[in-house]
Design a protein around this ligand. Structure first.
Ligand SMILES: C[S@@+](CC[C@H](N)C(=O)[O-])C[C@H]1O[C@@H](n2cnc3c(N)ncnc32)[C@H](O)[C@@H]1O
Length: 391
């Protein structure tokens, strides 16, 4: 491979400076935007390499934490790429071993550092039984795809515009497309709102919903409305209440709804569901609840691998408690005989199966189905969803 050794060493110095500055106070993507603003001397290819090096090192999770940054970079580049100037430059004796198959690259590193995989994601004991531990952990070395969901009826228009803009895609279903990471979505201004960036797993999360025309549904943790938009796409005649603890995110939801051309009026409320909400909700009753609960996000760390370094095991129990409270405080507003959909983007059993057991046993709802959404087979996030009926 051809490369300029001086340039590579400069890029390694940039990378070291960048990671040393990062304090995990914000998502790494946001930190990077600011870092590049403060370092205007870095050209676009330097920025691209810097982002790649940093993300790859985060993909090592909790493994190799005691090694110097440069050593970690070599291992990360070896595992996450099939060819790397860093490996050529700093560990030329590994070049021949950098095989196309990830499993072979892992085997090579394993031969030098036995047991390293277990340290990448050290919370195995918490994983749901449905998760193939090895496949899931290995998936962290590969960046997930970019997925979009196309509005029903707009499939041809969106695909036509993608082709016109020379953006290649693969259709997983009429409404679900895979695009290359880093594709310039700005070029798609003309069809803004006709599609949503939404992971494959998230697109599967409402499959069990059976809403009827004109029913009234409540998205209890709506954020910027990803699930509500998908719900309305499938059931356009339902009425919705969206709520979240954050007013600012509901403002984003309004913008997004407008962009998506949602004409049907919807109601919104700021609600903290960790507390009883009878004083606000009073006699409201719903035909369906979506609880896409705040969670560790452990099924999505392939996209935000810095979380592998940041996450503390004690947070799992805090999320579990909050999830139980939120469900408990929302359930009184569900009509008997109607459905509750519980969703997380976590792979931890405490946030999934344990909360399901709580909802069945303590809140007395009948479990209809429980579906782990295994994204690591699709280069996507992993999620979990369960459907209950109120007795
Ligand atoms: C997983 S996100 C929801 C994502 C959203 N449904 C979507 O599809 O885009 C969880 C949301 O729960 C909200 N949340 C956190 N604590 C809450 C609480 N105590 N009461 C209500 N909502 C809460 C967060 O603000 C966050 O927006």
């Amino acid at each position: 491979m051809e490369y300029n050794p001086k340039r590579v060493h400069q890029q390694i110095r940039n990378f070291e400076r960048c990671l040393e500055d990062y304090r995990f106070h914000e998502p790494f993507a946001r930190f990077l935007t600011q870092f590049y603003k403060n370092n205007k001397q870095m050209g676009s290819s330097d920025r691209r390499m810097n982002s790649r090096y940093c993300y790859h090192v985060f993909r090592l999770g909790r493994a190799f934490q005691d090694l110097p940054l440069q050593e970690r970079l070599v291992i990360a580049e070896f595992l996450c790429e099939t060819e790397s100037a860093v490996v050529h430059e700093l560990r030329p004796e590994w070049v021949e071993q950098q095989k196309p198959a990830l499993s072979q690259r892992i085997a090579f590193i394993e031969s030098l550092y036995p047991g390293f995989l277990n340290q990448v994601f050290p919370w195995h004991a918490h994983l749901s039984d449905a998760i193939d531990k090895e496949a899931f952990i290995q998936s962290h070395f590969v960046q997930p795809h970019l997925f979009i969901r196309i509005q029903a009826g707009k499939e041809e228009q969106v695909k036509k515009e993608l082709s016109k803009q020379d953006i290649s895609f693969e259709a997983l279903s009429p409404q679900t497309l895979v695009l290359a990471n880093g594709v310039n979505l700005q070029a798609l201004k003309k069809i803004q709102g006709l599609y949503e960036v939404q992971d494959w797993a998230s697109q599967q999360s409402l499959q069990a919903v059976e809403a009827k025309p004109n029913e009234t549904w409540w998205d209890c943790c709506a954020a910027s409305g990803g699930k509500t938009l998908m719900l309305l796409d499938r059931f356009p005649t339902i009425n919705v209440l969206v709520s979240d603890i954050r007013l600012s995110i509901l403002r984003n939801l309004e913008e997004r709804f407008e962009m998506a051309g949602i004409k049907r009026p919807f109601r919104k409320k700021v609600l903290d569901l960790s507390q009883p909400v009878a004083h606000i909700m009073q006699n409201e009753r719903f035909d369906g609840l979506i609880i896409d609960a705040p969670c560790s996000g452990s099924g999505t760390w392939g996209r935000t691998p810095e979380m592998l370094s940041k996450f503390q095991e004690t947070e799992i129990q805090k999320y579990t408690q909050l999830q139980k409270q939120i469900v408990k405080n929302a359930v009184p507003y569900l009509k008997p005989g109607k459905e509750l959909i519980y969703i997380t983007c976590s792979v931890f059993q405490e946030e999934n199966e344990e909360v399901v057991a709580y909802i069945s046993n303590e809140l007395n709802l009948q479990l209809e189905s429980m579906t782990p959404i295994l994204g690591y087979h699709h280069q996507a996030d992993s999620m979990f969803t369960a459907k209950f009926i109120k007795i």
